[in-house]
Design a protein around this ligand. Structure first.
Ligand SMILES: C[S@@+](CC[C@H](N)C(=O)[O-])C[C@H]1O[C@@H](n2cnc3c(N)ncnc32)[C@H](O)[C@@H]1O
Length: 552
């Protein structure tokens, strides 16, 4: 039985129709029964149910021609991407077994090779997981293309039925296309540098307290940020931007039949480089504050701040991370963005201090809003610092029990790796750094420290902290760049300052070969030639012996 692709004309897809398609997808994830009516098999694929209740998918593409048989029990449509845009769009690299990216096998080997045998992988939502997307807008006003570049090109693949996007993103993209056509908005032309709308960022908030918890994710609303090709809101032609914003709001805002749009923002960018956003942001319409409930707390995110794309998987990671933080610990959160990790730990682990360090000063606004919603009873010294962690990183590590690092894909700065590698030499000694707390009474002259202090947000604890000189005993490394993580991991283990105790991975980007890693390092090295398990046994027996000695 061949399954023909059903591709409705775009204009006929209202948000509610898109939502119906989404409901089909949700149902399909639960049962095989509705697979034959799936709208998402590609035109070169046919599907045959077999007598033994397995399925055969035949694809004419040589790249992924395969059959589903009993011998291949893991290969099923229930974990397949089934996206008609696959191969045209650079977003997804594989379409089968989304729950088991190939890289997991490599990660398993890597971790067992360095003595961590119980590496775990947590696979969450396989479709509709992306709650944040940056999409290029190209083509013409009659036929706008909104999507990602095709592999190795600057041609945009239009992806109206993207299976990774939260369905509200696809619905908002559809509405935006209608607005572009109705108002004759000119998409950007990269070669000429002309046109009006360059990119759009769509971020979904799934936090709506007026809905039962179980319905919140599916009914997410979209914060739309339009990247407009002009200098500012005073530039000629900006009336069209306002008209587009009004169009989105009247057709998708709070008085529309279906409330899809959370808010509309503008970003102004005229540069001819590949940087998506300019420095100027304006809130145009809708709610100004965008909230998400994640890691046990309410978090505010403005569009210029970093936000994780996979809200649900990030929440799972935070829950796992919390288990590794002792109650009452002092935590420094490096590469903190809007401080989601640090604030979540402050609340759930009742931390003594939490210090967040981030280079993007825009994130400060989000941090300030989020601390406004922390429980009043929280007794924790919390601060956010606008600083580059690669400059004198020891300054930030001082007096922390736990350091959490969540760098961009390229991994840790060499200066930070070097500082982390020095900790064993510092021992309990107080190190006389020019910016350290024992010198705080003296006049600080270094411009980066002064800048960081100026831009700092601080909430002081009511409890007096006994200041003691200490250095982190636990390092939690959260990574979205596997290759660079491996290198950083080897460097950290190389001088016996750290040993790796646990590693977990999360399916943050199903359909791609990227995973998010959560690695827990402890101070103290590993003996050469010993696996983690053997070493643990040896340590255990030492502890037991010590206990016995003490008893006597
Ligand atoms: C992967 S994001 C993580 C953000 C945050 N932990 C979260 O989960 O929302 C990496 C962050 O590192 C920040 N960053 C990049 N280079 C930095 C540097 N040299 N110093 C401090 N922060 C930096 C980026 O601006 C970005 O917010």
């Amino acid at each position: 039985m061949a399954v023909a692709i059903r591709c409705a004309p775009l204009i006929a897809l209202t948000p509610s129709k898109l939502r119906e398609r989404s409901a089909e997808r949700w149902a399909m994830a639960l049962t095989f029964a509705c697979v034959p009516s799936s709208p998402s098999l590609r035109s070169n694929q046919t599907l045959t149910p077999n007598r033994d209740k397995t399925l055969t998918i035949t694809s004419t593409s040589s790249k992924d021609s395969l059959s589903l048989t009993k011998q291949d029990p893991g290969l099923s449509l229930s974990t397949a991407l089934q996206c008609q845009h696959f191969e045209m769009c650079s977003g997804c690299a594989h379409e089968w077994r989304l729950d088991q990216p190939h890289i997991i096998k490599e990660a398993n080997n890597f971790f067992s090779g360095i003595g961590v045998p119980d590496f775990s992988f947590d696979s969450g939502l396989l479709w509709e997981w992306r709650c944040r997307a940056k999409l290029a807008v190209r083509g013409s006003s009659n036929n706008p293309l909104i999507g990602l570049y095709q592999e190795g090109t600057h041609s945009v693949a239009d992806i109206p039925f993207c299976q990774a996007h939260h369905p509200s993103i696809n619905a908002a993209v559809n509405l935006l296309k209608q607005g572009i056509a109705a108002l004759s908005i000119q998409p950007y032309d990269e070669d000429m540098g002309t046109g009006e709308l360059r990119y759009v960022q769509m971020a979904v908030t799934t936090y709506n307290t007026s809905l039962p918890v179980g319905e919140r994710y599916r009914n997410g609303r979209v914060q739309v940020a339009l990247v407009w090709n002009s200098r500012s809101e005073q530039s000629p032609g900006v009336e069209k931007l306002n008209a587009l914003s009004d169009f989105l709001w009247s057709n998708g805002g709070c008085s529309a039949d279906f409330h899809l749009i959370h808010s509309v923002w503008a970003n102004f960018q005229t540069s001819s480089n590949n940087i998506i956003f300019g420095n100027r942001w304006r809130h145009l319409i809708g709610e100004r504050d965008f909230w998400e409930h994640i890691g046990g707390i309410d978090i505010s995110l403005i569009p210029s701040s970093f936000g994780q794309a996979n809200t649900k998987a990030f929440d799972s990671l935070l829950q796992k991370l919390q288990k590794y933080i002792p109650y009452g610990a002092s935590v420094v959160d490096l590469y903190a963005g809007a401080g989601v990790i640090g604030l979540s730990l402050a609340v759930t682990r009742k931390c003594r201090t939490v210090k967040c360090v981030e280079v993007n000063k825009e994130s400060k606004i989000s941090f300030e809003k989020s601390i406004g919603r922390l429980p009043k009873s929280l007794d924790c010294n919390i601060s956010w610092h606008h600083a580059d962690v690669s400059v004198e990183p020891l300054y930030w590590l001082e007096n922390a029990d736990v350091v959490v690092v969540d760098p961009p894909r390229k991994g840790l700065h060499p200066s930070l790796i070097e500082a982390l590698g020095k900790l064993s030499k510092l021992g309990k000694k107080s190190v006389r750094m020019s910016g350290s707390s024992d010198l705080k009474g003296k006049e600080e002259k270094r411009p980066w420290v002064l800048r960081a202090r100026e831009a700092c947000v601080e909430v002081e604890s009511e409890t007096n902290l006994d200041k003691h000189q200490s250095w982190p005993q636990t390092l939690i490394y959260i990574s979205c760049g596997w290759e660079n993580f491996k290198e950083d991991c080897r460097s950290l283990l190389s001088n016996n300052t750290w040993r790796l105790e646990k590693a977990h991975a999360f399916n943050f980007f199903p359909g791609t070969q990227s995973i998010e890693v959560l690695a827990v390092f402890k101070r103290g090295g590993q003996f050469k030639g010993q696996t983690g398990t053997k070493k643990k046994k040896k340590r255990m027996s030492k502890i037991t012996r010590k206990a016995v000695v003490n008893m006597h």
